[in-house]
Design a protein around this ligand. Structure first.
Ligand code: ASP
Length: 371
């Protein structure tokens, strides 16, 4: 086979490094030698450029920095979302995430590695602050793609993760107690009424400014592409606030909360998980991009699918549109990216060589979900 000059330089420099370099340098050598082919980019939900957990970088900034210094794309993205998982101020992800109806924080996460064509996830895991790291271990050390509940916790314990009794912070517990106080205990006998009462109490708490509307649902999805065209993604969440214990949304489900095809691109979501699960929209978006759609059009097509599938009256507003929001974040192999949402006033985080930014997402519909 003929070797071009670039390959020759890479091979010969790599070979001479191999003779001289210690193991750690060797591991980095291909990244250093490979010519730049795409502009590296990291995109995430808006909380990816908000929380710093007392440090000096947001998630997208950290992930971009690690990635462009030669780190594995997925390692870099997970280091980024760890900041949000560990920051008690984000009540939608990891430690301090709003708990389920029993006051227990249950977390979901999944990750996909484009070049390795591997994936891993955990759902309903309790006691581990950073479920993204456990999802990565499922991917790296098991033959499985998804481990849930007690089994996920036992798996995490067995490979050395610290298991804590309670992931509530003072704030998440205070808000849960407030929610609990508003529920008529009689309704516990009727699951439907209980859900309705729970929803009403939650909306009252939003109206009173106790909970950010964004954090009823709330998650971080983060996707990255490095200069070599390698794509990975991670999604991690505490899921829907006050959910029925054991409820799993879209976030840890491959094709729903996240989908990556290393040859095409990545897509992930935040917002009402049930709506996204029904249509496996991250998969739909990546397939759209495979057929040549721009990330923005691919995402808006998924928003249209959600609108078309939402026909139950309880889920519609006065205009007959969905009364909830769903957001998608996607990038393709060329480095084109977009954030889209059902409704305006959504944004997403992005980091390129121009630095980290928060950008307004493209909405499908007008007005507010609840009008
Ligand atoms: N999609 C997540 C879920 O349904 C929550 C969110 O992103 O808002 O669990």
């Amino acid at each position: 086979m003929e070797m071009n000059r670039r390959d020759f330089v890479r091979t010969t420099v790599g070979a001479s490094l191999a003779a001289a370099a210690p193991r750690t340098l060797l591991a980095q050598a291909p990244n250093v030698m490979t010519p730049k082919t795409t502009n590296p980019v990291v995109i995430a939900s808006a909380n990816g450029n908000k929380f710093k957990n007392g440090g000096d970088m947001t998630c997208v900034h950290k992930a971009w920095t690690m990635m462009t210094q030669g780190g594995d794309v997925l390692d870099a993205l997970i280091a980024g979302v760890n900041i949000v998982e560990l920051d008690p101020l984000d009540t939608s992800v990891g430690y301090g995430g709003l708990p389920n109806a029993d006051g227990v924080v249950q977390l979901d996460s999944c990750c996909m590695h484009g070049p390795k064509k591997r994936a891993g996830g955990v759902a309903c895991i309790e006691g581990v602050r950073t479920p993204s790291n456990v999802a990565q271990k499922v991917m790296e050390t098991t033959d499985h793609h998804l481990i849930v509940g007690q089994g996920a916790q036992r798996f995490a314990r067995s490979i050395g993760f610290k298991i804590e009794d309670d992931l509530n912070t003072e704030e998440s517990r205070r808000l849960w107690l407030d929610w609990k106080r508003r529920i008529d205990p009689e309704h516990y006998l009727d699951p439907e009424k209980r859900v309705e009462a729970g929803h009403r109490a939650m909306m009252a708490m939003v109206a009173e400014g106790l909970i950010d509307r964004q954090h009823i649902h709330g998650t971080i999805n983060c996707n990255g592409l490095n200069a070599q065209g390698e794509i990975c993604g991670i999604t991690t969440t505490s899921g829907l606030a006050w959910k029925i214990p054991g409820r799993v949304g879209d976030s840890p489900i491959l094709g729903a909360g996240l989908y990556v095809d290393g040859d095409v691109g990545a897509a992930g979501s935040t917002g009402r998980g049930e709506a996204n699960l029904y249509g496996l929209c991250s998969f739909l978006i990546v397939e759209n991009m495979r057929r040549g759609m721009h990330p923005k059009d691919a995402g808006l097509d998924a928003c249209r699918r959600i609108k078309a599938n939402t026909i139950e009256k309880r889920l519609l507003n006065s205009r007959g549109d969905p009364n909830f929001n769903v957001n998608f974040y996607m990038l393709n192999r060329k480095g084109e990216f977009a954030g889209v949402a059902l409704y305006p006033e959504s944004s997403f985080a992005v980091c390129t060589e121009d630095g980290p930014k928060t950008v307004v997402s493209e909405p499908l519909l007008q007005g507010k979900p609840t009008d």
